[in-house]
Design a protein around this ligand. Structure first.
Ligand code: 1PZ
Length: 210
């Protein structure tokens, strides 16, 4: 696929934000004491909102959920510098998994970022894959194990209202050819970020089974 990535499309804006964030994780830039800037992380996460406007009304709930979690982290960024600060405070207070805690919200946002990566991965496997099938498979893999039965049921029902593959491409201002570059770039940029977040929990002996 020699088609160049399109610029200034919703997807390219998200992708660039995560590439810039992933750059901060390069070994020559980040040090163990510094940790990843919470400000920079929130900034990239905020950009994801553009995607929701392509999905339709049924995903309004997912959007509100995601944005409220990100906003809580934005609030935290006013007093805390890094992602590890969030974990350390909750470990101290024993509130890592407490509903509404920042460490829990960070975990939720991380699942959302990885869900998008998985959706893109499925979406690109064949150009016959519908958005509904790609999103359903990805959701089953990445998020369903950690969601309640009620939420899973609502999400699977909502999948039937997703736009078609062609509609999505139009809303994203991409073609079947151009979309691949931007999706692959996001897939690559998000991976080290997700791994970094997981490591923060694991290093503190917190299992990721929730
Ligand atoms: C182009 C891509 C189309 C993809 C469509 C797939 C959308 C999947 C929607 C997932 C909805 C999750 C709804 C609610 C979950 C809640 O149970 C938890 C509660 O956490 P708690 O308060 O108990 O700690 N909330 C979340 O997990 C946070 C929200 C995650 C939403 C991620 C959406 C990711 C982005 C999708 C693409 C735009």
């Amino acid at each position: 696929n020699k088609t160049p990535a399109r610029v200034n499309t919703p997807l390219s804006i998200i992708t660039e934000a995560f590439e810039n964030l992933a750059d901060l994780l390069k070994p020559d830039i980040i040090t163990e004491e510094d940790g990843l800037s919470l400000d920079a992380f929130c900034n990239a996460c905020t950009h994801v909102s553009v995607l929701f406007s392509c999905l339709g009304f049924a995903f309004k709930f997912a959007e509100m959920e995601y944005i409220s979690k990100v906003n809580d982290l934005v609030e935290a960024s006013k007093t805390l510098d890094t992602l590890q600060n969030i974990l350390d405070l909750d470990v101290e207070k024993d509130t890592v998994k407490t509903p509404g805690s920042r460490s829990r919200n960070l975990r939720r946002v991380r699942l959302g970022l990885d869900l998008i990566r998985a959706i893109f991965e499925k979406f690109l496997m064949t150009d016959e894959y519908s958005l509904k099938d790609a999103a359903t498979t990805a959701y089953t893999e990445v998020c369903a194990p950690f969601h309640t039965w009620a939420v899973r049921t609502a999400v699977y029902a909502g999948m039937y209202t997703l736009p078609t593959r062609d509609q999505l491409l139009i809303r994203l201002d991409e073609t079947e050819q151009s979309v691949e570059k931007n999706m692959r770039r996001y897939m690559e940029a998000s991976r080290p970020i997700v791994e970094y977040i997981d490591k923060l929990y694991i290093e503190r002996n917190i299992k990721l089974d929730w």
